[in-house]
Ligand binder design. Sequence first.
Ligand code: GAL
Length: 658
Amino acid sequence: MHYGGDYNPEQWPEEIWHEDVARMREAGVTMVSLGIFAWSRIQPAEGEFDLDWLDRVIDLLHEGGIAVDLATATASPPPWMHERYPEILPVTVDGVTLGPGSRQHYAPSSPVYRRLAAELVTVLAERYAGHPAVVMWHVNNEYGCHLHADYSDNARDAFRRWLRERYGTVDALNDAWGTSFWSQRYTSFDQVLPPRAAPYSHNPGQLLDFRRFTSDMLLECYLMEREIIRAAGATQPITTNFMGAFMPANYQQWAAHMDVVTDDAYPDPNDPESFRAGAFQRDLMRSLKPEVPWLLMEQATNALNWRPANAPKAPGQMEALSLQSVARGADGILFFQWRQSRAGAEKFHSAMLPHAGTGTRTWREVTRLGATLAALPELPVGQDDARVALVLDWESWWAVDSPDHPQNGLDYLEVVQRWYRALHRRHVQVDIVPPERVDGRYALALAPALYLLRPEGAAALDAFVRGGGHLLAGPFTDVVDPQDRFLDGGFLTRLGGVLGVGIEDFGALVAPDAPGPGEREAPLEGPFGAATGTLLAEEVVARGAETVATFTGGRRAGDPALTRHGAGDGVGWYLATVPDEDGCDAIAGHVLDQAGVAPVLAGLPPTVEAARRGDVVTVINFGAADVDVDVAGHELLRGADVESVTLAPFGVAMVRRS
Ligand code: GAL
């Protein structure tokens, strides 16, 4: 178990560093992420490097037995850079150049930025590749955070290069984007631009490729740094910190290039349900690379500075959320940051060592958590025994997010998370994967709004059902190909076989929060009781499937709302609407039952969560009252054999089951 946080010694005089190391030892810190925003300190001018201070800090940490996750410091360029090379600055969709004075003010595709970043990383890698304190490399920081897309001339040139590589000929590009529409036919790649502000809707193929390009540009930056570090002979694992389900970067594609997945998570203490979003984020991280334990690279010990109202965490909440990460596959808990800053935009952000000192609740909780983690035995690693796959796909997310759909109020991530919440309330273990990763290890796969479906994903889902799995799909699933174009033969052209249905119309309803008149809800009824559909009430035609639930009102009254179709050894379910929270709950219950999926633990209230990590079951009470839980085995936090545990609010038990 790693334990620690971001360490920014450049913000402090050197005497403080000695105190820092002593305090870190007291708190049980094992590793710090060093120098993430130290570029201007490391390189005060072009071609001029000052590494003596960094040598001293690293040596000091090493003497104190604290390992270093060494940052490459490329996330915030120093002032000399924009002074001399203003062309590195990013530009918004409206043509506004984003200036310096904050952080992340660089165009990821800028050749000048990349050259200067490469120079910095080369110097750092050559100097520290063999340093015994350095156990990990932290490339850049939160790629894409703040700057979700860049529309500068750097991006224009790089987008053309990227499109040339992808399509080879301009005719292939025209075909992929369907440019015969609205007179958009290109005769040269040099006519193509990023989708900058325009009079009306952009070409959807262009929008989708620009998202792919944006993710790829950030990934290229990461890969460039990674190669430099490796070329210098470094053998430590290399990573960059993710931000949960972050739309601009396709982490499902990136994960292959991380030696270890690391993640930053800031659930809102004001939201009593945010622990469910936390569980979703942690399951996503584990699912990205199940064979290697991930690390929680950043969280807050207490309050933040960047929400409209930054509530403190309640006593015990930080520890409960930390152990939630461990329960869901993490082998390390780190914070932003070690010592609270005394100046700058984040001076109100909590830290491990608060500005108010060691007489604080935060410090007591920090030292207690350090001791708790240090006492944990090694925990199981590897793909666990989740029987449910929740399908989340970045490309489908991007495509759904484009305009000009039957229902433009469909929030893809929110719909996926709504299903996750239903499963979480039922204490079911879930992996969150793209369609290509759905296979026979699962009993049930849920694929909501899988609008864009790649041929490989379609083949995997089809084989999954035929091999005996239950697939619950829809609505707005299997609509377009990877270029956001319809396929011949209508909709559900790939999954229609196993689902036994076709779609005639998407049947948009007025979104629940949209103004104006019109139908907003589609009531339905089935063996799970009555439920409410929202957003879409599709016109489904049965082609072999039986109707399980029927719309009971509105324009689709009497028509199928949920269908079931036996295909091969499995079952394809199709749902024609987006149920509300209770509806997802009821339908999830029915389908889990039919697929024979059991919860991690039965009989728990929905505010108590249960997660399995190999033979260790963790239960956490996120409710407001004490709860008794029947779970027998060796309780790792108390070091005792138990038959049951009583959990106070934010109480945790980790039970190795016999
Ligand atoms: C993260 C970032 C940290 C710090 C933190 C504050 O996005 O990586 O440097 O700013 O947020 O919550």
